[in-house]
Design a protein around this ligand. Structure first.
Ligand code: F6P
Length: 371
């Protein structure tokens, strides 16, 4: 039996996507493994995620050249070294109730002779994969999101590289912060979950970390800064997740734009925090938004490894007829989890377990005293 696998990436890009595509292709087409399988494969990349496979006109050669990329070992050979996604991405939701294009999407999948789809994405992209599965299309997922807020897996591609970038940028900021005795407020991504801010802040020794899961009190932030003043340290680094909120308030919004999946456009918390610090304490505070730098550049060693293993596992799932699920990391091992489990259920920071609400930082105890 021969199967045609389509691979696509959706949502925000991140380092690790190209590695996953490479290893899906390599393991699907590996001649040694092929000899042991009852099924052989052809692999095609879909350009720009769900948008590509919805927009494509299978009867038009130009459209097919625009949205399809045949993948083989030679094409993907060097891909794992590069960040981003060589297939391109989009935030298109074919099931958007205001513009439902799912019929066209399913029709295209059939016309293109696609037997199985590997969707690499976060909650939104994999949510579409789940809906398609429910409608009879064979889908498997690979988790990616630098926010690390996807349920059902301990790891999603991109997170480790992003945390490393945050750490490196904060290392750079320290020298200038110290020289000028300034407070720096650094914004990380993370609309709903504070994993990037918390882990990035912890590994770079930030003095204060503000996360969406624990709304903050501005006066308390200033109090913590005052506590520190007068000691030998003359600067402070504060890491803030973009979705962090002031107690009793909603998150800060950049504008009124809402995307295809209903997400609002977040922004403004770090300038607010820096301005308030200056107003309330009289100390100089600057803010910096790391923004898309956090998603750029080459993947870390861990992201390359995870991309490789996730890609290989996705092909194993297809061989084993294991659809409607995604590859995941469970207790440090590669496993699979139902796509259904990720819908409307984000993995947020467990404040009680990981966050010190007195210090606004990572906890300083790991085990609770059970004596
Ligand atoms: O979804 C991941 C994410 O990194 C969010 O934290 C962030 O709000 C968003 O992407 C921004 O991405 P873009 O500018 O591509 O919409």
């Amino acid at each position: 039996m021969k199967m045609k696998i389509a691979v696509l990436t959706g949502g925000g890009d991140c380092p690790g996507l190209n590695g996953a595509i490479k290893w899906i292709t390599k393991s699907a087409l590996d001649p040694r493994i092929a000899a042991t399988r009852s099924v052989s494969f052809e692999v095609v990349g879909i350009v720009e995620g769900w948008k590509g496979i919805t927009e494509i006109n299978p009867n038009d050669e130009k459209s097919c050249t625009r949205y399809l990329k045949n993948l083989d070992e030679e094409v993907v050979r060097t891909w794992d070294r590069y960040g981003g996604t060589n297939l391109g991405t989009s935030r298109t939701n074919p099931f958007n109730p205001k513009n439902d294009r799912s019929e066209r999407l399913i029709d295209n999948i059939k016309k293109l002779g696609i037997d199985a789809i590997v969707a690499i994405g976060g909650e939104d992209t994999l949510g579409v994969a789940y809906k398609l599965y429910k409608l009879g299309i064979k889908t498997v997922g690979i988790p990616k999101t630098i926010d690390m807020d996807l349920s059902g897996t301990e790891y999603s591609l991109g997170f480790d590289t992003s945390v490393n970038i945050i750490m490196e940028e904060i290392d750079r900021l320290r020298t200038t912060a110290g020289s000028h005795s300034r407070i720096f407020v650094v914004e990380t991504m993370g609309r709903h979950a504070g994993w990037l801010a918390l882990r990035g802040g912890e590994c770079s020794g930030a003095y204060i970390i503000l996360i969406p899961e624990y709304p903050f009190d501005m006066e308390k932030v200033c109090e913590l800064l005052r506590e520190r003043k007068g000691r030998e340290i003359n600067y402070s680094i504060i890491v803030v997740a973009e979705g962090a909120k002031v107690q009793g308030k909603q998150e800060f919004l950049k504008d009124s734009h809402v995307d295809d999946f209903g997400h609002v456009s977040i922004g403004g918390v770090t300038s607010y925090v820096a301005d308030e610090i200056e107003k309330r304490t009289g100390w100089e505070a600057r803010h910096i938004i790391l923004s898309h730098l956090q998603r750029g550049g080459t993947p870390s060693a861990n992201d390359r490894l995870m991309a490789r293993w996730f890609g290989i596992a996705a092909v194993d799932m297809i061989v084993n007829d294991n659809f409607g699920r995604m590859v995941c990391l469970e207790r440090g091992e590669i496993a699979t989890a139902p796509l259904e489990g990720i819908i409307n259920k984000l993995k947020l920071v467990d404040v009680e377990k990981y966050y010190d609400t007195e210090r606004y930082n990572g906890r300083r105890t790991i085990f609770s005293d059970t004596r």
